[in-house]
Each structure stands twice: as C-alpha cells, then as structure tokens.
Ligand binder design. Structure first.
Ligand code: HEC
Length: 150
C-alpha cells in the first residue's frame, strides 16, 4: 500500500510537471530569434510604471516604421516588445512586456491591442485583453496605447 501511494504521488508530480510545461507556451508574437528580426526603437531606460527595472523597446517590421515616426494608429500585425532588465545597461534580461495589434474587432474598445507578459524564455505568463495593461496605456500622453517617448 505504501509503495502504491508513493508511486501514485510520483506519477502525479510527473503529470503536474508536464501539465505546467504544456500550458507555458512560447509567445507566438515574439520569434525566438527576435534579435535578428526586430529593430530596437527605443533606448534602454528606467520605466517606473512597470516596476523598479529598465526596459528596451523593439518592434517587428510592420510596427517599426510607424512607431518611430509616430504614425498612429499602428496597423494590424504590429508587434512592440519591451525587454525588461534589472540594470541600467539592459544586459540581463528578466522578461518581456508585449503589445500586438490583433485583427480588427479583437478588442475594439481598446484599439485591438493583445497584451502579454513573458518570462525571460519568452513563455507566456499573462495573455489577452489585459485590463491592467490597457487601462494605464489609455492615459495621456499615450497615443494608440503607446506610451514610450522617443
Ligand atoms: C501604471 C501604468 C502602466 C501599466 C499598468 C502598464 N504599462 Fe506599459 N508602459 C507604461 C509607460 C508609462 C510606458 C512608457 C515608458 C517609457 O518609455 O518611458 C510603457 C511602455 C510599454 C511598452 C513599450 C511600447 C510603448 O510605447 O508603450 C510596452 C510594450 C508595454 N508598456 C506593455 C505593457 C504590458 C504588456 C502591460 C501589462 C502587463 C503594461 N505595459 C502595463 C505604463 C504602464
């Protein structure tokens, strides 16, 4: 009986491990080799609104042009990713805050932005129509929910 129980416990632990792994997916918006595909559009800086750290903003090909020239709103397919770092040189990645302009109608009340928070391995921690993100990004001087000045 003792053996059966410990085997059961081990099996459950194993299953829990697999389950956790299969739910923490890589973000489909941020390619694993994003550093070769995305452009840096903002320099490393402290962002108190996101906590105590620093961030560097990168954008995909769809977003980079309009983001840098301030041509709002950004088109569907735009991805803007903010690398989060602990120090002012932005050299030790701790995760990402990401915004992707989804299909028209995805969240019409919030300009169809799809929000994500990722860990340093680009696995999704929070995903979707995140009110905590959009409610702050709706405030002036943000434009099309984009808040980082040049
Ligand atoms: C309390 C307000 C606040 C909250 C909450 C917040 N942000 Fe931000 N976010 C900002 C501000 C302010 C900036 C611009 C910082 C700067 O560059 O000075 C910013 C910048 C960004 C950027 C860079 C693009 C840009 O120009 O805005 C991304 C991406 C981003 N935030 C994603 C998120 C996500 C995802 C969440 C939720 C998990 C979130 N933010 C929550 C205030 C907030």
């Amino acid at each position: 009986m003792k053996i059966t129980l410990s085997v059961l416990a081990a099996g459950t632990a194993l299953l829990a491990g697999c389950f956790q792994d299969s739910t923490a997916q890589h973000s489909t918006f941020l390619p694993l080799d994003y550093l070769t595909k995305f452009q840096a559009v903002r320099t490393c800086r402290a962002v108190p609104a996101h906590g105590l750290g620093y961030q560097r903003v990168l954008a995909n090909d769809v977003a980079a042009g309009p983001y840098t020239t301030g041509s709002y709103p950004l088109p569907p397919g735009s991805v803007v990713a903010a690398e989060q770092h602990a120090e002012s040189t932005c050299t030790s990645l701790s995760g990402f805050y990401l915004m992707a302009k989804d299909n028209p109608g995805y969240d019409a009340a919030n300009a169809d932005w799809h929000w994500q928070r990722l860990d340093a391995n680009q696995r999704v921690l929070e995903d979707g129509r995140l009110q905590t993100c959009s409610s702050c990004h709706a405030q002036p001087p943000c434009n099309d929910y984009l808040c980082s000045p040049p």
